[in-house]
Structure formats: structure tokens, C-alpha cells
Design a protein around this ligand. Structure first.
Ligand code: SF4
Length: 470
């Protein structure tokens, strides 16, 4: 992948019940709208009420699916997944959905999140003689559902929820049903919408629901099991919600598309408020405000509005370069961020610039970006970040790297400023960030504070499971 310094996207899931529709193609376009949440692999499983079929592979949605392989996926029940590997390495055996044959018919599962107790659950399955073919915690979820002691699928889901600890937004496909399930902490988003001609869709982001023409009805609430069916939605509280809940703050800061609604708030509006809060908290004399495109654009608009400093663009992003699997040549690699961004010299020459970015994770691209702006003629570069320093890793499904890789874990803010070589640097305070989001509690902020909402067994590497398989 081309040089980047963002938390790695999680995954995107979609579940569809749509009688008399081509659900495979609907799932394809739904996944297309969720592509930003994972570009390593994707898959769709479809059931026609008797037979379940699956197609999945490595790559992006448009590379994996063709009219021919979608045509083979016939039915009115579907689930889909687009993946970035958080637990389990990047390998086709870890691609989702997972599909297995059970005593009660076929079962397929797609999962967004990460179970913090997966190693324990995995060991228990192996001790009971259950074989595993992948290194993904999502396969553990699938096999636990298959073996859960209950009469119905809802009962099995409810039973398994008692044992799962961590982040899981799931879509589950059985022979004749689709379920949407969200963990009691509510880490990852999951919303439900109604199709205009009958049927329902569940998706990681409400924007994907609108892409399919749905009226967005509600979020799946923490701990809920929602069955998508022909009549009204069947909602069951599978597990009591955690108190307090622990919604991921990073959905607001970076992950979700700006058209998403997360916890009842429009993400674009929240990002504007984050920028406005930065302008109040860290004002500076400057000639222009510019974002690191694209995710920081709303925050730069907010900063410009409050500060009165004109908004402009200083960088043009090659939107597709970060998504390629073709490794750059050595000489292109030396180009670093220049492969991804071009500076607009005419806008920057002689200017004092406020640069808005959403986060600094490993700190490997901010310095080259500042240099790119200076080389283009910027006189001063003041960096403003719309969240606090990331000092702790995430164990709930977001890849931010290890403690040692996180620059804010190793260096003070002044040291980071010197490392990046900008004229000033400010991270938005936790208080101002939560004020901009409009909530005081119910959110996970562990990557900023180290206060994890649930007990983390051990500091585990991303490919923990691989050892068991290799
Ligand atoms: S640790 Fe950070 S990235 Fe992970 S769930 Fe919590 S807020 Fe989100």
C-alpha cells in the first residue's frame, strides 16, 4: 500500500431481505458504498430459501464481482462484507462471509469488529474438537453459532452473545432469514432501512442504505438482534446493553462517510463542529485554512468559519492511489506522499497556512506533507488535529499499530511538532472533542485515554492466531 498514516478502516457489512429483487446486485452496490471501510477482500452470500451460495475473493468490490458471478447468486436473502484485516492476516481464507453447513442448514456470517476474548473462545472450540480453517475471530463467531444449544437461530445468537466480549456488528444469513446483531457496547455502527417495494436492509452506514433507495428507519441498538422479514422488523434484546455503552469516537473523526448518521448525529456536521472547536481552542494568525483531503474537509470549513480565515485547498489527492495493491517502484516509493498528494503552488506561495488533519497515528506522513507544502512556497505551516493524541492501541477492531508504533506514545507534543517540523501543532482536547460530538458519555475513547471499556486479556498482536495455524 502507498504511504498512509490513518487508523486502518474496519469492515463494512450489509444484510438484505428483498423478495422479487436481485439481492446479489443490491448487495454489490451496498458494498460499493461501504468500500472505504475495507479494501482487502469482499464477499456476498445469497440464499433462495433452500440453497445458499457464496462468492468471495481478495481485492476491491469492483474487481471481485462480475455480472456472471453475481448472476449465480440467486435468492431473496443476502449478506455481504468488505474487509480490512484487523484480526487475522490478509489472506483469502480470512475473507468473509464465512459459510458453513450446520445441522439446521447453511449458515453464513459477516462481522465488523474484534472480539477481545477470541483467543480463549478459539481454544475452547479446538478443545471440543472443532476444526478451524482461518485465523479470523469471525470464524469463531460462526462456529459458536452453529454449536449453540438452542432451538432457534435467535436463541443461538442470544446464547452466543453471553460469551462474546468485544466489538461485533454482525449480519447473519440462514436458509430463510437475515439477522442484524450489535454488541452490548455498541462499538461499531449498524443501521436498518426499509426498501420502497418491500423488504429491509441492514448496513454499517446509513449512506449505504440510501444508496439502495431505503428509508432509514433506525440504528440497531446495543445488544439487539433484528430479524429482517417480510412483515414488520422483529427486534429482540439479545443481551442487556452495557452501562455505559462504548461507541467508537473514530466513526465521527475519520471512518464514516460524511453522509452517515452515527448515534443520531450527521457526521459532516460533527466534523464541522470539531474544526470550529479547534479554531476556538488553538487560534493562530494565518492567511488560509486548508484540509488534508478528504476526511478533514468539513473540519477545515468549521475552522475557517469560526476563525474568519479564508478556506482554500492546498493539496489535490489522487483518490485511488492508496487503494492499489501494486507496490510502487523504489523510485516512486521515494516520492512518498507526493504519490498521493500534489500541492497547489499557486494557492500556497508566500502564505501562512493552517492545515487541518483528523489524526496522527504513526506520524510518518505529517512531516513529508509539511515539507511538500513548504516546497510549494508556504511561509508557515500550523497543524491542527481534530482529536487528542493517540497514545494507546485499539483492541476492538481498529488497526492503529502497537504502543511502540504510536508516535504520541513515544513523544511529547513538542517533540512531535519538532519531528514533523511544523511551526505549531495542536491536538483538540478530549473535552472539546466530546462537546463537539454532543455527548459526555457512552463513547469509547480508549485510544486517547488508555481507559478500555472492557478488560483486555493481554496485549495481543494482530496475527496472534496465525501462530496457531502455522
Ligand atoms: S480504542 Fe479508539 S478506535 Fe478503538 S473503539 Fe475505542 S475509540 Fe474506537
Amino acid at each position: 500500500m502507498v504511504m498512509d498514516d490513518k487508523p486502518r478502516e474496519e469492515c463494512g457489512v450489509i444484510g438484505i431481505y428483498a423478495p422479487d429483487e436481485d439481492v446479489a446486485r443490491m448487495a454489490f452496490f451496498g458494498l460499493y458504498a461501504l468500500q472505504h471501510r475495507g479494501q482487502e477482500a469482499a464477499g456476498i452470500a445469497v440464499s433462495d430459501g433452500r440453497t445458499m451460495r457464496l462468492h468471495k475473493d481478495m481485492g476491491m468490490v469492483a474487481q471481485i464481482f462480475t455480472p456472471q458471478n453475481l448472476q449465480a447468486l440467486q435468492g431473496c436473502y443476502a449478506i455481504g462484507h468488505t474487509r480490512y484485516s484487523t484480526t487475522g492476516s490478509s489472506h483469502v481464507r480470512n475473507a468473509q462471509p464465512f459459510m458453513i453447513e450446520t445441522y439446521d442448514g447453511p449458515l453464513a456470517v459477516a462481522h465488523n469488529g474484534n472480539l477481545v476474548n477470541a483467543p480463549v473462545l478459539r481454544r475452547e472450540l479446538l478443545q471440543h474438537g472443532v476444526g478451524l480453517s482461518s485465523s479470523s475471530d469471525s470464524e469463531v463467531i460462526t462456529l459458536m453459532l452453529a454449536g449453540a444449544p438452542a432451538e432457534t437461530w435467535e436463541g443461538r445468537i442470544q446464547y452466543a452473545m453471553k460469551h462474546w466480549r468485544g466489538a461485533y456488528s454482525l449480519v447473519i444469513l440462514t436458509r430463510d432469514s437475515v439477522y442484524a446483531v450489535r454488541d452490548p457496547w455498541g462499538f461499531r455502527p449498524l443501521s436498518v432501512g426499509q426498501l420502497p417495494h418491500g423488504g429491509y436492509v441492514a448496513a454499517s452506514e446509513s449512506g449505504a442504505l440510501r444508496t439502495l433507495g431505503c428509508e432509514v428507519i433506525r440504528e440497531v441498538k446495543p445488544g439487539e438482534i433484528v430479524k429482517l422479514s417480510n412483515t414488520a422488523l422483529r427486534v429482540r434484546q439479545g443481551h442487556p446493553p452495557a452501562s455505559p455503552t462504548a461507541l467508537c469516537t473514530f466513526e465521527h473523526i475519520y471512518f464514516s462517510r460524511p453522509d452517515a448518521t452515527w448515534d443520531g448525529c450527521n457526521v459532516h456536521q460533527v466534523r464541522q463542529r470539531l474544526g470550529a472547536a479547534l479554531a476556538r481552542e488553538a487560534p493562530v494568525k494565518a492567511d488560509l485554512v486548508m484540509p488534508i483531503p478528504d476526511s478533514s474537509t468539513p473540519a477545515a470549513i468549521g475552522y475557517a468559519r469560526v476563525s474568519g480565515i479564508p478556506y482554500t485547498e492546498g493539496l489535490v489527492k489522487n483518490r485511488y492511489i492508496g487503494r492499489t495493491f501494486i507496490q510502487p517502484t523504489d523510485s516512486l516509493r521515494r516520492q512518498g506522499v507526493a504519490l498521493k498528494f500534489n500541492a497547489l503552488e499557486e494557492n500556497l506561495r508566500g502564505q501562512r497556512v493552517v492545515v487541518i488533519d483528523d489524526s496522527i497515528v504513526r506520524g510518518n506522513t505529517s512531516g513529508p506533507l509539511v515539507k511538500l507544502l513548504r516546497d510549494a512556497g508556504a511561509r508557515e505551516v500550523h497543524l491542527r488535529i481534530t482529536c487528542p493524541p493517540i497514545t494507546h492501541p485499539c483492541f476492538m477492531g481498529v488497526d492503529m499499530g502497537t504502543y511502540e508504533e504510536l508516535i504520541a506514545h513515544r513523544l511529547t507534543q513538542d517533540e512531535i511538532r519538532d519531528h514533523i517540523d511544523c511551526d505549531s501543532l495542536h491536538f483538540l482536547s478530549l473535552e472539546s472533542m466530546m462537546e463537539a460530538i454532543g455527548r459526555q458519555e457512552g463513547y469509547c475513547n480508549a485510544c486517547f485515554t488508555g481507559r478500555y471499556p472492557l478488560e483486555i486479556d493481554a496485549v495481543r498482536a494482530k496475527t496472534d492466531f496465525e501462530t496457531a495455524l502455522s
